[in-house]
Design a protein around this ligand. Sequence first.
Ligand SMILES: *Cc1c(COP(=O)(O)O)cnc(C)c1O
Length: 234
Amino acid sequence: MSGEFDYIKRNLYSVMEKIEKAALKSGRTAKDIKLVAVTKTVEPERIMKILDEGILDLGENRVQELTKKYDILNSRECKWHLIGHLQTNKVKYIVDKVSLIHSVDRIELAKEIQKRAEAIGKIIDVLVQVNVSGEESKFGISVEDAYGLVREISSMPNLRVKGLMTMAPYAENPESVRYVFSKLRDLSIDIGKEKLDNSNMEILSMGMSNDFEVAIEEGASLVRIGTALFGKRN
Ligand SMILES: *Cc1c(COP(=O)(O)O)cnc(C)c1O
């Protein structure tokens, strides 16, 4: 039987095929790449379609939208990723709900997460978001300051740094942002060598609908994909 949302399943298979090919090019397999389905603006009915296909990692960039969908989908086994800019005063709403925060880019935010995580006795996995391209419109700490931030976080008992995240500038031709991904990979290798407490560089969160194949070729271990799965957002 074909249903209204079958296109999501077809899109998923097409994305997975591309992930597999790109992974092979970097000496890995699709199993080495985690797909986070970016569900911002996508209604719960359509999100359920992707959950039914076994994709349980969901990414939201707004706190309010995440908490709302968290409640609606609470009977499902999904794992929530906060991928967008996080205001310090909103940490309290998500700290008990997220499995990974991708967007830690300043010490004040890390301190607030530490405080809220300690209060509920939880250890929170985080990524440090790096603004590799230096584009003013992008959040993230500079490449130069990233190591210092990881080091400061490594002394916080309720946070674990699991790696780095970046967003490349939008590019018609993704080859033109390949350098962004290779620079983040190199940075994660350098930081990994320091063997800081409570930190590792397991996760490289980079690659979106438009550029995930290039990101995987450059070493991404997690891609955040919305449009290529659910179609254009309104
Ligand atoms: C929206 C968003 C994505 C997904 O973008 P698509 O182009 O729809 O795949 C990935 N990462 C972040 C941080 C986003 O805000």
